[in-house]
Design a protein around this ligand. Structure first.
Ligand code: SF4
Length: 110
């Protein structure tokens, strides 16, 4: 089975098995068993991080788009735990801080 076919069949399986949350992990391009702790932390000076105004501590941002209470932990692009670090779909292969924030913050769907 080619890698593409494998990814496609896995994507179909995950959509059926667990709905959009699991599919989102696949879209993030993460290896099946990647653990958040294994991902290197994204740097605030990373070009993508700069473009998105990413900060490690949401309370430190001066960005006008920031709304009190928003952080990576309650963003739909984040798939880690409530504390520590976890993967974000916008930073493939890197981890973001649960307490971090960027301009692409989108509240998690209930
Ligand atoms: S998209 Fe969401 S999870 Fe990713 S860095 Fe921005 S606020 Fe954090």
């Amino acid at each position: 089975m080619s890698k593409e076919q494998d990814i496609e069949s896995r994507r179909r399986f995950l959509k059926v098995a667990a709905g959009t949350t699991a599919a989102a992990v696949v879209f993030g391009g993460l290896p099946r068993f990647a653990r958040a702790a294994d991902l290197p932390p994204v740097s605030e000076s990373d070009p993508t991080a700069k473009a998105l105004g990413y900060v490690e501590d949401a309370s430190k941002t001066a960005n006008a788009k920031y709304k009190a209470g928003d952080d990576c932990a309650n963003c739909q692009f984040y798939s880690g735990g409530a504390t520590g670090r976890g993967p974000c779909q916008l930073f493939p292969g890197k981890s973001v801080n649960a307490k971090g924030w960027c301009v692409s913050h989108t509240p998690k769907k209930a």
